[in-house]
Design a protein around this ligand. Structure first.
Ligand SMILES: N[C@@H](CCC(=O)N[C@@H](CS)C(=O)NCC(=O)O)C(=O)O
Length: 220
């Protein structure tokens, strides 16, 4: 079976980051196909791969699976031995819920604090809407860690789809230097220390494209 993951710019594409981190951290072999955003954030050349014209798309022997939640569910189903969802049934229900919540929500945070891994914009983007989303993220992280974190440092102890889903939030909190309660800060540090997250962020920092639509706080 051949897996190809079509992604956008590593610096900006938070949706692309999630399945990439999932596959890489789980050591599942895949080929990366990187496309780049045009200035209007249209993905150049995506028509060839994606029925939605969005990234990410996972090609399984050339057949597209689109939309991050479907991609991650498919990967977890293809590789049951990797236990990409928590093994405990209750934990798994909560993990699915927090991923669905990320997938459909947090518009305040996403809109005011766009992912921009190589940038530093301390204090920018903190509005009542983004503050509310951050408070909810911090609360759900605390809940997962307390109930299911055990002796591990991630949301459900060991790495799961949920950590891949929240990895771009972690980079945002770093870019905008959001002050966090200690447990949330420790969780962020654990995510940033994951090999796959470090690799993605290194790739992002090497990119030089500047996409104005994703740079509301750039001063140049
Ligand atoms: N619901 C989709 C969202 C994907 C998405 O919005 N991707 C952005 C990049 S992060 C994109 O492809 N934008 C291009 C466009 O809107 O033309 C998912 O979960 O994968």
């Amino acid at each position: 079976m051949k897996l190809e993951l079509v992604i956008g710019n590593k610096n900006y594409s938070s949706w692309s980051m999630r399945p990439w981190v999932l596959l890489r951290q789980a050591q599942i072999p895949f080929e990366e196909v990187q496309l780049k955003f045009a200035q209007d954030t249209h993905v150049i050349g995506v028509e060839k791969y994606s029925p939605t014209r969005k990234v990410p798309v996972l090609l399984i022997d050339g057949e597209p699976v689109w939309d991050t939640l479907a991609i991650c569910e498919t990967v977890a189903e293809l590789y049951p031995a990797k236990h990409l969802w928590p093994e405990d049934e209750r934990a798994r229900r909560v993990a699915r819920s927090v991923c669905a919540e990320m997938h459909s929500g947090f518009q305040g945070l996403r809109g005011k604090m766009p992912m921009n891994i190589r940038a530093k914009h301390p204090g920018k983007g903190l509005t009542p809407e983004s503050r509310k989303d951050i408070d909810r993220v911090v609360a759900l992280w605390a809940d997962c860690r307390e109930r299911f974190g055990g002796s591990g440092s991630l949301l459900f102890g060991r790495f799961s789809v949920a950590d891949a889903f929240y990895a771009p939030v972690v980079t945002r909190l770093q870019t905008y230097a959001v002050k966090l309660p200690r447990p949330a800060q420790e969780y962020c540090e654990a995510v940033l220390a994951l090999t796959a997250v470090r690799e993605w962020c290194d790739g992002a920092r090497r990119e030089t494209e500047f996409v104005a639509a994703d740079e509301p706080y750039a001063t140049k």
